[in-house]
Design a protein around this ligand. Structure first.
Ligand SMILES: NC(=O)C1=CN([C@@H]2O[C@H](COP(=O)(O)OP(=O)(O)OC[C@H]3O[C@@H](n4cnc5c(N)ncnc54)[C@H](OP(=O)(O)O)[C@@H]3O)[C@@H](O)[C@H]2O)C=CC1
Ligand SMILES: N[C@@H](CC=O)C(=O)O
Length: 428
């Protein structure tokens, strides 16, 4: 049968993995789709750069139109990243009837609605499994596997770079800067790793998961975002002492018609399975009203895991081509979106305070919680022998965010509190 011709935009970490899998698994792929799959042309910035993989130099081009305007190319795999010029390339390719597979969460989170509408207009597929949680097939799972259920919570570690950093800091006491450099060398981090460590990459992924899981159009501005740059060794140590691991969690919750979505460092109880997800691994916990608790686990970044999801999408596109059903999706319209207020967002909290080490301080502090109707699960006071300061670590019961904000504002006015060192959500 006539080969399926693929254009690849990008031959970095992920693009290299795609070539390896398409070439290395050719026989198995062919058996599934009934024809050979050929990567015909590859777009790069610099065709003369040394590569980690041997590719026919004649396939490399630095002219995107060589690929987008080639009538022979059926499918374009986009793994170059970024918003522009990438978005323009994808829209143009769709208008020429080419199917798209992409790993680009930045683009899908910000412009997914426009791109998917264009795809439907031109009867094309746009698949983006690799854009969230690398090698875990979570997008297909949410879109298809949970279609009969009503999802009320999606919580996960969806950034491999930050989980790699936090694991090394927690298990080996490694320095943040050193581990970030390692994650970059291993190909886990984004071209600009600020989006990893500041939580933006995870926020974009939660935008995609929230939209799929809750059936509403979640926008990036709906996600409250905090990254890992403020986490200290002290936080990690005190967390451990109390039975918690610090993880960067994306948390999307729905109660009736109201949703909330956040990305934030979270103290996860060591009895919760997410606390033992380490290194570059990701995990997504999904709670459905009918199914109850489920969890999906696997590598969240890196060459081959990410490429696995991309090539699986490619197989799906080619199967649709065989059946002549590309782009024939029943796109359910989004429901109206209502965001929860601070009064409606409730969670346990971990608070680490540096205070004056003198009689009556603890009583003053617990009084503030009582005034704002926040009840406490545990309080640990840790005197410092060489210093008139002490550390107080408090774990609250579930408290709404509005009350917690009032407590923290009150603390700022108290002379006995020297610093509000850390405040984390608690899970588990
Ligand atoms: N790395 C990972 O683990 C994961 C990455 N992703 C996503 O996959 C995408 C690719 O990531 P990754 O492989 O790590 O990125 P890399 O930076 O390793 O590779 C990018 C590739 O695209 C090419 N490229 C970039 N901009 C242009 C341009 N304007 N014109 C032509 N070629 C261009 C580069 O060319 P050249 O080689 O000549 O510089 C390079 O080959 C991103 O969207 C990323 O967010 C998703 C999941 C996991
Ligand atoms: N930089 C991302 C790559 C995969 O999406 C991560 O670390 O998770």
């Amino acid at each position: 049968m006539k080969p399926i011709k693929v254009g690849l935009l990008g031959l970095g970490t992920v693009g290299t993995g795609v070539v390896r899998i398409v070439e290395g698994h050719q026989e198995d792929l062919q058996r599934q789709v009934g024809s050979p799959i050929r990567i015909e042309k590859i777009l790069v910035q610099n065709p003369t750069k040394a590569r980690n993989i041997a590719v026919d130099a004649g396939k490399l081009t630095d002219d995107p139109w060589d690929i987008i305007r080639d009538p022979e190319i059926d499918v374009i795999i986009e793994v170059m990243g970024g918003i522009e010029p990438t978005k323009g390339f994808i829209l143009e390719a769709l208008s020429r009837g080419k199917h798209i597979v992409t790993a680009n969460k930045d683009l899908m989170a910000l412009h997914g609605t426009e791109i998917l509408a264009k795809a439907v207009e031109h009867r094309c597929d746009v698949l983006y499994e690799a854009s969230v949680a690398g090698g875990i097939p979570i997008i297909r799972t949410l879109a298809e596997g949970f279609s009969s259920d009503r999802i009320t919570k999606i919580m996960g570690i969806v950034n491999g770079t930050t989980n790699y950093i936090l694991t090394k800091m927690s298990q080996e006491g490694a320095a943040y800067e050193d581990v970030l450099k390692e994650a970059q060398e291993l190909g886990y981090a984004e071209a600009d790793p600020t989006s990893d460590v500041e939580g933006l990459d995870a926020a974009r992924k939660m935008t995609i998961l929230g939209s799929l899981g809750f059936g509403v159009n979640v926008e990036l501005s709906d996600v409250s975002v905090k990254g890992i740059t403020g986490i200290t060794k002290e936080d990690i140590l005190y967390g451990k002492k109390l039975g918690y691991e610090v993880k960067l969690l994306g948390i999307a919750e729905r109660q009736d018609d109201h949703i909330s979505i956040s990305v934030q460092p979270t103290m996860v109880k060591t009895s919760h399975p997410i606390s033992s997800v380490n290194g570059v691994f990701n995990a997504v916990y999904v709670y459905g009203e009918a199914v109850g608790e489920t969890m999906f686990y696997g590598p969240g970044a890196g060459e081959l895991p990410t490429a696995t999801s991309i090539v699986a999408d490619l197989v799906a596109v080619v199967k649709n081509l065989r059946l002549g059903v590309n782009g024939r999706k029943v796109l359910a319209p989004y429901k109206e979106k209502k965001l929860k207020t601070d009064e409606q967002i409730s969670a346990k909290n971990f608070i680490l305070l540096h205070v004056e080490d003198k009689a009556g301080v603890l009583a003053q502090i617990t009084q503030v919680f009582a005034e704002h109707e926040v009840s406490l699960e545990s309080v640990l006071q840790h005197p410092n022998a060489n210093n008139p300061k002490a550390e107080i670590i408090i774990i609250t019961h579930d408290a709404n965010q509005a009350s917690m904000k009032k407590v923290l504002k009150h603390f700022e006015t108290m002379d006995v509190i020297q610093t509000i060192q850390s405040v984390y959500r608690v899970e588990g």
